[in-house]
Design a protein around this ligand. Structure first.
Ligand code: HEC
Length: 136
């Protein structure tokens, strides 16, 4: 994880590039998200929705940040397939980590998307945080 901490320090000084975010995000994704969404981002049909070419992911960057922070449950349709499952909140990840994982996801497996910044995640965390101990 040396690369991740190196990039985190670039991030804290505001000097991080999109390529660095993608690099760190890949390491974090493989350690955190790939257990369900798979390393190739394809998920598992009917169980874990794909992030690769996901119309749902690509439609709304802010919503993607909210999902990582707060989890997601109940019916959702991704690329025409219905899922009704539960993704746990991953708010234990810090703002840099979430920014990097999502920047990686938005720019991998054929996805072509933008950059999620640390400040953006911090802002969304501040207004959407689930209160401590609440059921989710
Ligand atoms: C324990 C399994 C699990 C883990 C770990 C997990 N997810 Fe999910 N994720 C799900 C499930 C299940 C859903 C669909 C929930 C539903 O049916 O409402 C989902 C939905 C999503 C969606 C919206 C649907 C889509 O496919 O576009 C995004 C975006 C997402 N996850 C991103 C992530 C990211 C990024 C991580 C890592 C930080 C992550 N997930 C970790 C299980 C998981």
């Amino acid at each position: 994880m040396a690369i991740v901490s190196e990039i985190a320090s670039a991030q804290s000084s505001g000097m991080v590039t999109k390529e660095q975010q993608i690099q760190a995000g890949m390491v974090l994704y493989n350690g955190t998200c790939s257990v369900c969404h798979q390393q190739n981002g394809e998920g598992l049909e009917g169980v874990f929705p794909p992030l690769a070419n996901s119309d749902y992911l690509m439609a709304d960057q802010r919503r993607a940040v909210e999902i990582v922070l707060n989890g997601l449950s109940g019916p959702v349709t991704v690329n025409g397939i219905d899922y009704s499952s539960v993704m746990p909140a991953m708010s234990q990840l810090n703002d840099d980590e979430i920014a990097n994982i999502l920047t990686f996801s938005l720019n991998s497996w054929g996805n072509e998307g933008g950059v999620v910044t640390t400040d953006e995640v911090a802002g969304i965390r501040a207004v959407t945080a689930i209160p401590e101990g609440a059921a989710h």
